[in-house]
Structures are given as C-alpha cells and as structure tokens.
Write a protein that binds this ligand. Structure first.
Ligand code: SAH
Length: 274
C-alpha cells in the first residue's frame, strides 16, 4: 500500500510535522496503548500494597496546619488508606484535597470537607461527653471512605447507599481495607437513606453526604436525645450550606436546635433506589 492510498489526498500538502501528527490520528490503537501505559505508570507510586503512609501523613499535616480540625478526626483520617477507595488510575491524586469521581456520576468528598463535617459531629454535646460518635447513621455510602473514617470514631456505623453499584463497591473496599483497632466495621445498607434506618436507631450522630431541599422527617425522628445531625441542605438565598441539628432534651421535653454553617457543594439527595 502506498502512502498516497493510505492517507487522504489533502495530507500530501502538509508540512512534515503536521503530516506526522496527522498520521498518528489515523492510528487510534497507538493512543490507546499509550493511555494504558500512562495509567499503569500513574497507578504505580501509590498503588495498592505499596506504603502510602508518608503521603497520607502529609495530607493530614496540611489539614492540621490550618488549625481548625479536630485532632481525633485527623488521627482517623491518617489511618484510612483513601487511595484504596478510588479507582487505581486516580490513586496518585488520592491525598490531594480534592473530590474525585467514584463512578455512577458520584464523587468522594474532599478530605477537608470530611474532616470539617466530622468535627462538627464531634462538637455536639453527646459526642463531647462520650468521647466518641456513638451510634452513627451515614446517608450516602459512596465508595465507603467516610464510613471507614467514622468506623474509627464510633461504636456502631450504619451507612445507606441508593445505588447498588456503589453499595457493592463500598462493600469490597471496606472488606479489603486494613484498619487499626478499635474499629466499628460499617454495616452497609442498599436503600433510600431519606427514610433512615429505624430498625438500627435511634442514632447519636447522623451525617449526610448528599444535599436535599429539606430535612427528611425520619432523620429527626431517628436522632437520639443529645444527638447531632450534620447535612448539606438548600438554604434560602445561600445555595447549599451545612446544617447542624441538635436534639436537645430539657426537663423531659425534646426540641431540635438548628444552625447553618458554611456554603458547600454536594451531589443531590435523591429518592428511590437504583
Ligand atoms: N461518603 C461518600 C460520598 C459519596 S457522594 C464517600 O466517602 O465516598 C454521596 C452519595 O450519596 C452518592 O453515592 C449518592 O448515590 C448517595 N445518595 C444520594 N441520595 C441518596 C439517598 N436518598 N439515599 C442513599 N444514598 C444517597
């Protein structure tokens, strides 16, 4: 086969450099091979099985330097191998303060956001007195990373995910991850987190990783006396903000105290299971 037959006639008028790059365009397999080699190189430095402790320590040190994170939360984050919860092609970015895709159109939250939300949970009256998060309900398991961090800070963890593909992925991730003791292995539920999980409640701490328009009544009902809930939620005129809800009991009477915190951007809280 001659060059003239293999390439369109217009290529004959190109400069040698332009012709070379045009030739490459006509050989897509070559790019696929290179992309595969690049992905393998990317995955190597922090791939599974290799020691990622130092790079994780640096991530935690950067958060600590900001001076606004709870030390117990930072210690838990220092122990969870975040790179094992994301696709191996993204493992090299796992210890940057960034959200990453986890498939099914969802993302793992930024480490600083995870740290901040868990710090807010810990600052609740019940958790302060107890020294741990108690019995926790997480809505939005995603890849299971935050559930693992919570497992190091709580006595019991129930985490609900509405997408079966992610529920299964989280299960595999959590079974593989090696974590220090004491650790409350999260119980994963495939279901609509808007209805909570009454059978395992009431909960001392409730945390949502997806943002809705309002607080589902089931969450308030399943929040134990002295308990605290932290969730992203739409706020009038402010977009989405972190909302904290405390279940306060005074002289036997319950009331729920709500406060609004900083603006955030979470994936939407949806109903139904898929
Ligand atoms: N904590 C997760 C973050 C996942 S992103 C992590 O560490 O990876 C939020 C997740 O909430 C998505 O996986 C999304 O599918 C899930 N979600 C959204 N609405 C939900 C609902 N009603 N019930 C349960 N999960 C829900």
């Amino acid at each position: 086969m001659t060059t003239a037959k293999r390439f369109p006639a217009s290529l004959k008028t190109l400069t040698p450099q332009r012709e070379a790059s045009a030739r490459e365009l006509l050989m897509p397999q070559r790019h696929l091979r290179e992309a595969a080699a690049d992905a393998a190189r990317l995955a190597q430095p922090s791939g599974r099985g290799l020691d990622s402790g130092a790079v994780r320590e640096r991530m935690v040190a950067r958060l600590r330097a900001e001076g606004k994170f709870d030390e117990r939360v930072l210690a838990a984050m220092a122990a969870v191998p975040r790179h094992e919860f994301v696709d191996s092609a993204l493992a090299a970015q796992a210890y940057e303060d960034t959200a990453l895709p986890i498939g099914h159109g969802q993302t793992i939250s930024k480490p600083s956001v995870v740290g901040h939300m868990l710090g807010l949970l810990f600052a609740g009256a019940g958790a302060q007195a107890r020294g741990h998060l108690g019995r926790v309900l997480e809505i939005g398991t995603g890849c299971g990373y935050q559930a693992a961090v919570i497992g190091l800070l709580a006595r019991q963890v129930v985490s609900i995910e509405r997408l079966q593909g992610l529920h299964d992925k989280a299960k595999a991730n959590l079974q593989r991850a090696v974590l220090p003791r004491p650790y409350a292995m999260p119980r994963l539920v495939w279901g609509d987190g808007r209805v909570g999980h009454a059978a395992s409640g009431p909960f001392d701490s409730i945390i949502a990783a997806a943002g809705g328009e309002d607080l589902p009544p089931a969450w308030m009902e399943q929040l134990a006396p002295g308990g605290r809930l932290v969730a992203p939620m739409a706020a009038s005129g402010r977009g989405q903000v972190l909302v904290v809800l405390d279940h306060v009991v005074e002289r036997g009477v319950s009331r729920w105290v709500r406060s609004e915190h900083e603006a955030v951007l979470f994936v939407p809280l949806k109903s139904g299971v898929v």
